[in-house]
Design a protein around this ligand. Structure first.
Ligand SMILES: Cc1cc2nc3c(=O)[nH]c(=O)nc-3n(C[C@H](O)[C@H](O)[C@H](O)COP(=O)(O)OP(=O)(O)OC[C@H]3O[C@@H](n4cnc5c(N)ncnc54)[C@H](O)[C@@H]3O)c2cc1C
Length: 666
């Protein structure tokens, strides 16, 4: 209780002249750069064509480097980034509502529960505005006001309106922009694009990343690629949980390959559970669908006040629209009056779970709450609401057969529309490959950008900040910082892949594939993956305890044994074999699951998306322990997947922001 009182820090809306701003400015002045004429002597591998990878590959090509760009899809345009619906943040202050670089910086650090690196976040906020200019110049069709100016909406954890969007397809439109730049560079011969290629290993020569081994997913053959530096932009590890909002192809194998070579993996326990997803509706499901956070601008989240009403809803005897206004508990507005429905995701997810655990869930499984547009439709009219969220309403209707824009009931003159049903689901991973301020991993010449690094979101990411980070890394940070590393590499000639290191790496990858094919057990990849997901959700999910995490580690060991002895992969290694590809990724998801559990077990505090039941306030809020856990947890591989990793701590230093307990109440 005492802790929540400490929160009244006023937000300075001016850019501070303090140490962080200076540090970045000075840093720029001392940055080493590669002479333009020398850039063509340097090759860079970029693995990934999501927003981070595509923007980096296009920009590096534009600068004159030779880029080799890989993705597992049949086209860069199909990267997971196209799933992003709601928008991208920037501190433009177009709404004149008091926004600033500092305010975006502050909100992001606070949203991350004070577990992000302060200087990185400042830089992110600083370049956010350039991203919007860059994308507008590419022709990204951001939503505009009637007068032609770019429109904004609000996302969680902010009291200003700073989210730029293109209907509910922001990721797709941004990726089309990046892709058009990428295509220009492919045409110019500066980027070579390798679609349907999967990186299986990174090749390290004399302690530096010098290439990759990739599988051609069409021919099934392994191929070698060499470069002066390798950039990993392969996205997050949310699919460790099997059911998530991530695309089916999202995987953590490239990150795990780097980890096995000694790249630290940072904060794996920080997994984001998004509050507004369509609830699980059966055990045959392989995918969960996000309903964008933007819906919380106008949608109000509620459950019945009365437990009897909840029971009737669960039994299917009444519908949400049968319950009048005065019988509804808008629990986020009640608990967090200052932010209401726009509290950050971790807070909203826990609040939904709390209501459902107490028996107030509104569907047959008791694991759903309502997201209701009645008030907004009555106020603004259905046309305005459809203009804002039309495609999301259609998506919801297609999946559930319920139209949230349809009038369902009228009680005492008040019109009630069908509410959506939502429940939290795994969505984003804040943890990732550890990188320094230059986005370089703990292996020289190996860089990580976008969702696959850990850098900017601390223990919880705010909505619309992933696209911002991916594009900041790809367009503005990496192309600049990588030159610090490359500036003394121009004397290193283009590499041959005919070296003992490439031989050994390819042999190891081949042995792994042979091993997977030789198991010849009885279980499909998906059945084991589903079991992994159940263990993760049950014991390493929204609420964690020492006991649950120890149980998870035990079960994951058993599951690895099951995978190694009872896996069945049909077909052969030649040509395309999707089951083999999935098995390759599943092996890494199991190791990733263990890593998440080890980290969660070590972190005896609750912060952001990591909630240890032992560490909560009387009101059920996350309780941090800054004295003992104010650090980035970096995990170092210990030689084989069976052995527990070693923890290395990177202490956090805050200079511009006062570390305090998060408050979204006042
Ligand atoms: C449903 C949904 C909605 C979202 N909405 C928003 C939003 O509105 N705003 C926001 O800011 N964020 C949003 N996010 C988060 C955001 O979309 C992602 O964090 C972001 O797009 C990640 O981009 P990325 O480039 O890092 O990775 P990805 O887009 O995941 O791309 C990964 C790339 O790596 C490649 N790859 C992976 N493994 C290999 C390998 N082994 N070898 C070769 N290539 C490989 C893939 O082919 C792909 O090209 C949303 C996420 C989801 C799931």
């Amino acid at each position: 209780m005492e802790e929540t009182k400490m929160n009244a820090q006023p937000i300075d809306s001016k850019i501070p002249e303090g140490p962080i701003a200076e540090k970045w400015t000075n840093y720029k002045a001392h940055q080493k750069l590669v002479n333009p004429a020398n850039k063509r002597k340097l090759d860079i591998i970029v693995v990934g064509t999501g927003l981070a990878g595509a923007s980096a590959a296009a920009t590096l090509g534009e600068m004159g480097f030779n880029v080799l760009n890989f993705c597992i899809q049949d086209s860069p345009r199909r990267a997971h980034s196209i799933a992003a619906q709601g928008g991208i943040n920037a501190a433009k202050n177009y709404q004149n509502d008091g926004d600033s670089v500092y305010r975006l910086f502050y909100d992001t650090v606070k949203g991350g529960d004070y577990r992000a690196r302060e200087a990185n976040v400042y830089r992110l906020a600083e370049v956010s505005n350039n991203i919007i200019d860059q994308c507008v110049a590419q022709g990204v069709p951001f939503a505009r006001e009637y007068g032609g100016l770019l429109a904004n909406r609000s996302f969680g954890g902010a009291q200003v309106s700073r989210t730029f969007y293109a209907k509910g397809q922001t990721g797709q439109q941004l990726l089309l922009g990046a892709y058009s730049s990428l295509n220009r560079m492919i045409h110019a011969g500066k980027v070579k694009s390798y679609n349907r290629y999967e990186m299986h290993d990174v090749v390290i020569i004399d302690g530096r990343a010098r290439g990759i081994i990739a599988k051609n997913l069409v021919t099934g053959k392994l191929e070698r690629f060499a470069a002066h530096a390798v950039v990993i932009a392969t996205g997050g590890y949310g699919n460790t949980y099997f059911l998530s909002t991530n695309a089916m192809g999202c995987n953590c194998s490239a990150a795990m390959a780097c980890y096995r070579h000694g790249a630290y993996f940072a904060n794996p326990a920080y997994v984001q559970i998004h509050p507004t997803c369509i609830p699980v509706h059966g055990d045959k499901q392989s995918k969960l669908t996000l309903m964008s956070e933007s819906l919380r601008n106008d949608g109000r989240i509620w459950v019945p006040k009365n437990i009897e009403d909840a029971k009737k809803l669960q039994a299917g005897q009444i519908k949400g629209s049968d319950i009048p206004e005065e019988e509804r508990d808008y629990y986020l507005e009640r608990r967090y009056p200052a932010f209401g429905n726009l509290v950050p995701r971790d807070v909203a997810s826990r609040a939904a779970k709390e209501r459902c655990d107490k028996g107030y869930g509104v569907n047959n499984t008791g694991k759903a709450v309502f997201l209701d547009f009645s008030e907004a439709i009555n106020r603004l009219g259905i046309d305005v609401i459809r203009q804002r969220y039309g495609n999301l309403f259609d998506m919801y209707e297609e999946i559930t057969d319920v139209n949230p824009g349809e009038l369902a009931n009228e009680i005492n003159g008040v019109k009630y529309y069908n509410p959506m049903m939502i429940y939290p689901a795994i969505h984003y991973t804040m943890g990732g490959i550890w990188v320094d301020y230059e986005l370089q991993t703990s292996i020289k010449g190996l860089f990580a950008i976008g969702e696959c690094n850990f850098s900017d979101h601390g223990a919880n990411r705010l909505g619309a900040s992933a696209l911002m980070q991916g594009l900041a890394d790809g367009y503005f940070v990496l192309p600049y910082t990588i030159q610090n590393y490359l500036s003394d590499q121009i004397t290193v000639p283009h590499f041959s892949t005919d070296t003992p290191e490439f031989d050994a790496a390819e042999k190891k990858v081949q042995a792994n594939l042979d091993n997977l094919m030789s198991i010849k057990g009885k279980r499909s990849v998906d059945s084991i993956h589903k079991e992994l997901g159940n263990v993760m959700w049950e014991y390493v999910g929204m609420a964690r305890t020492k006991e649950s995490l120890e149980t998870a580690l035990k079960k994951l060991k058993e599951l690895r044994k099951e995978f190694e002895t009872n896996l069945f992969i049909p077909g052969t290694q030649e040509g395309m074999n999707i089951e083999l590809d999935k098995a390759f990724r599943l092996r890494d998801f199991i190791t990733m699951g263990e890593l998440i559990a080890y980290d969660a077990l070590n972190r005896h505090e609750s912060c952001g998306g990591h909630f240890r039941e032992e560490h909560q306030t009387e009101e059920g809020e996350a309780k941090r322990d800054d004295e003992n856990f104010f650090y980035v947890a970096c995990w170092k591989y210990n030689g084989d997947d069976e052995t527990a990793p070693t923890l290395i701590k990177e202490p956090l230093h805050y200079e511009a922001i006062k570390v305090q307990t998060r408050n979204y109440k006042s």
